[in-house]
Ligand binder design. Structure first.
Ligand code: GRG
Length: 289
């Protein structure tokens, strides 16, 4: 088992335990058993926990002991991710009846409940973050603002808007696809998972930028890799997918170029920081390669 796999195995249960205890605090089952059950369904249906693990991996890379309060910040990102999947599966969006091999939330609980559960997860994430203790108030404000941007109109919502937009009148090329959809929809929240960790460390500007670059390119690679897998399984006619737009060979080239960029920012971080262990973040890339 690699260091990364050991790390993921050790921390996934702790992320889950934090999500669970925060859910009981934000929406106690005793108060509203139905909402609690639906939120739990959205939060605990087999996600890999990539985003909170990325946050924890930044702290581990610098040899820091991960504090219980910090776990709350990392796990709150999963609430935003869970909300986005619940809403994305709705008939008015991607119209998916299955998520991770199980009925999607609206398929199990109905449309109105899926909308409300998504709303509760998104707003709950901010409640969780605002309750993190032992972090300066100014830093909490920064991570709150950054999350609003990554999840909101300039981030995930904006990316989803362009993904849903009628494409008949659009001049779609790779750069539009990346700027309008892949970056805001996928890479922004992944990048946030890293920069939020950096904010708590009060990192210097250069290291912060390198971490951000790592996240942006990893986020794009994550989306491109997923599109390549989808396309290999089923050449569906979705023009807003890189392999569909430029062909499989070129998409693989772009993905590999993104992998190289991710490695470069990691190397730069390691060169600048003697106490930085690149194995943790390198492990995430290895899972995509
Ligand atoms: C509804 C506003 C709104 C936005 C939806 C669907 C979406 C935005 C974002 C997902 C973007 C994304 C990461 C696409 C790649 C496809 C993919 C692999 C999605 C699932 O993310 P994982 O792999 O999921 O982290 P798990 O199941 O592990 O949680």
């Amino acid at each position: 088992m690699t260091k990364f796999e050991e790390f993921a195995q050790e921390w996934r249960p702790q992320i889950d335990a934090t999500i669970h205890s925060e859910l009981e605090r934000v929406m106690p089952a005793q108060e509203n058993a139905d909402l609690n059950e639906m939120m739990a369904y959205g939060l605990f249906s087999g996600g890999k926990r990539v985003r909170p693990l990325l946050t924890l991996a930044v702290w581990a890379s610098f040899g820091l002991e991960i504090q219980k309060e910090w776990l709350k910040l990392a796990s709150a990102i999963e609430w935003v991710h869970a909300y986005s999947l619940v809403h994305d599966d709705l008939p008015a969006m991607d119209n998916d009846l299955l998520r991770r091999g199980k009925p999607s939330l609206h398929a199990k609980f109905g449309y109105a409940n899926a909308i409300l559960t998504g709303d509760a997860l998104l707003t709950g994430a901010f409640e969780v973050i605002s309750s993190v203790k032992a972090v300066p108030a100014e830093t909490l404000l920064e991570v709150t603002r950054d999350l609003s941007q990554a999840a909101g109109a300039a981030g995930m919502v904006g990316g989803q808007y362009h993904d849903m937009e009628n494409h008949e009148d659009l001049d779609i090329d790779q750069s539009w696809l990346f700027q309008a959809i892949y970056e805001p929809k996928t890479a922004a929240l992944i990048t946030y998972s890293l920069t939020a960790a950096g904010r708590l460390l009060n990192m210097n500007r250069t290291d912060f930028q390198l971490l951000k670059q790592w996240g942006e390119n990893f986020g794009l690679a994550f989306q491109v890799a997923d599109d390549i897998d989808d396309y290999a399984q089923d050449e569906e006619e979705n023009v807003k997918s890189l392999p569909q737009l430029v062909g499989m060979d070129k998409a693989v080239e772009v993905r590999d170029e993104l992998f190289s960029r991710v490695k470069e920012s990691l190397q730069a971080l390691a060169e600048r920081n003697q106490d930085f262990n690149p194995e943790y973040l390198a492990g995430f890339l290895a899972k995509l390669e």
